[in-house]
Design a protein around this ligand. Structure first.
Ligand code: AP5
Length: 213
């Protein structure tokens, strides 16, 4: 199964991708996570990406397209993959189609998470993330058992530098201008399925499973 999770920042793509990964035993490929690791490693890629990410802007297409091209050719993607946060522009979507075509493959489903912007802001300003295992928490809706500490691996939780109000506003604007047009792109190809992203994480997961099964 090859699927794309589409939706604005804070829509729950990462949360649902982790659950889908466990359920279907296929990798979650998050361009955001790959780029954040590059920033943490202070690699050449990370140094270039950091300025864009901290400002809430998209990293240039050629960089992320190359990352994905290499990643989906790895052996663990043979049975499928979940793309979380890619593609984000029409150019990225076109290049993804081209790459998959050369491999004799195609995307099966694109799940679009619809969440209003006030809820997105509440989710992102309250989010904390584990640098160790990638688990995500929220101050009110999903608090860790011990404040500031990951329930699963005990690492100290952190707040992403782009989860501040000003950068969130910019990310939402970039989403509307550059990423939302992908809904039509995939609708025209008969791939788009929409989920109402309000509700508990488990309720949304059930909706997603109904759509992919
Ligand atoms: P990326 O890491 O992809 O961030 P994003 O798209 O902004 O999405 P988020 O990770 O913020 O949100 P999410 O939808 O995964 O929500 P989550 O599950 O965490 O990208 C970061 C940056 O990297 C970009 O700005 C860009 O610079 C760069 N980049 C990445 N990919 C790129 C690309 N392809 N091209 C160019 N640049 C790229 O949930 C959010 C919070 O809500 C959590 O606290 C969670 O616990 C909570 N929550 C989840 N579900 C629910 C629910 N149902 N009810 C209540 N709370 C919930």
């Amino acid at each position: 199964m090859r699927m794309i999770l589409l939706g604005p920042p804070g829509a729950g793509k990462g949360t649902q991708a982790k659950m889908l990964k466990e359920k279907f035993r296929i990798p979650q490929i998050s361009t955001g996570d790959i780029l954040r690791k590059a920033v943490a490693d202070n690699s050449e890629l990370g140094q270039e990406a950091k300025t864009y990410m901290d400002g809430g802007r998209l990293v240039p297409d050629d960089i992320v397209i190359e990352l994905i091209r290499e990643r989906i050719k790895e052996d663990d993607c043979d049975s499928g993959f979940i793309l979380d946060g890619f593609p984000r522009t029409i150019v990225q979507a076109e290049k993804l189609s081209e790459t998959l075509e050369t491999m004799g493959l195609d995307i099966d489903t694109v799940i679009d998470f619809e969440v209003d912007s006030q809820e997105l802001i509440t989710r992102l300003t309250g989010r904390s993330t584990c640098p160790g295992c990638g688990a995500m928490f929220h101050g009110t809706t999903r608090p860790p058992k011990q404040s500031g500490v990951c329930d699963f691996c005990g690492a100290k939780l952190y707040q992403r530098p782009d989860d501040n109000r000003e950068t969130i506003r910019k990310r939402l604007e970039v989403y509307e201008n550059e990423t939302a047009p992908l809904k039509d792109f995939y609708r025209q190809r008969g791939k788009l399925k929409s989920v109402q992203g309000r509700g508990t994480v488990e309720e949304i997961f059930s909706q997603v499973l109904r759509l992919v099964n």
